[in-house]
Write a protein that binds this ligand. Structure first.
Ligand code: NI
Length: 286
């Protein structure tokens, strides 16, 4: 049984939800519809996306189970895709189990609904004690991405220098994106030099993100994506609620005002950029 969500999930920005007075389309490049917080109403929620102008979204894996679920969701409707990978915060304790899981990730990644390996990377904020293992797991998954000709989706927290060093030492053929990009000038500068994309999340809308405008303006229009990271990081003005891809409009609105362009232009640039980044699998499906 699916139940409709009782809570109103959006407030209007310049694009009015549910109206057809505009043909603007949004691509939420990073969500976790595979999270248990969506178990009650996942289908009903996804069914609302198109009338809310969300016409593409990606469900990202972060562990073996969540990757399997991401593929399941991707197969359930035509306008959605998946990524598979083991995040630095989901590395199994048992190393035999870890290597077995990485083999499985590689097999899952061959599915035609999978558009990238991710989210993968380094997180020294939540896990300081297994840095070497994190580096090893990150490298292994870059190897898988290169073997399968896929880009990567990067999670990095308190690990900027090591993340950049890995990408310099182990070039990713199809590049990738810094998901929920930390608002760190050095990281953005170096990521752009390495030809990676930068994805803006609800963090850019937070009142304490003082340098958001500056960071947004560092990123050229052909290099940014927008995302929600649902169910986490709900943007202003719905901060603190369960986030959904419908709220990607608030992120777009912030990027538009920082760059001094229209929300329609932000939607179009980020849509084209996401299609270009994930092209290897997207062209087979769209
Ligand atoms: Ni995420």
């Amino acid at each position: 049984m699916c139940h409709p969500n009782p809570e109103p999930m959006t407030q209007n920005v310049s694009i009015k939800p549910g109206t057809d007075d505009t043909n603007v389309e949004f691509f939420d490049s990073h969500s976790h519809l595979n999270d248990e917080k969506f178990d009650e109403d996942r289908i009903d929620l996804i069914n609302q996306f198109k009338k809310e102008n969300i016409t593409r979204f990606i469900t990202n894996g972060y562990s073996l189970d969540s990757s399997k679920k991401a593929i399941e969701i991707a197969k359930s409707c035509d306008f959605t895709y998946a990524t598979v990978g083991i995040s630095p915060n989901d590395i199994p304790q048992n190393e035999d189990e870890l290597w077995k899981q990485l083999e499985e990730i590689k097999e899952l990644a061959k599915d035609k609904k999978v558009v990238a390996i991710g989210e993968i990377g380094l997180d020294y904020y939540w896990n300081k004690d297994n840095k070497n293992l994190q580096l090893e797991v990150f490298n292994k998954q870059i190897e898988i991405a290169n073997e399968l000709n896929l880009p990567i989706v990067i999670h990095t927290r308190d690990a900027v220098m090591d993340t950049l060093q890995i990408l310099k030492d182990n070039p990713v053929n199809n590049k990738g994106v810094f998901h929920c990009c930390p608002l760190n000038r050095e990281l953005v500068k170096e990521a752009l030099k390495l030809n990676f994309y930068i994805s803006f999340s609800g963090v850019v809308t937070f009142k304490n993100s003082k340098n958001a405008d500056e960071i947004i303006n560092m990123v050229p229009n052909d290099r940014f994506l927008i995302e929600t990271d649902s169910p986490y990081l709900a943007p202003e003005p719905v901060r603190g609620t369960r986030n959904t891809p419908i709220n990607v409009k608030f992120v777009a609105d912030k990027v538009a005002s920082a760059k001094g362009i229209s929300i329609e232009q932000v939607a179009k640039f980020s849509y084209d950029n996401a299609n270009r980044l994930f092209k290897n699998n997207i062209h087979k499906n769209f």
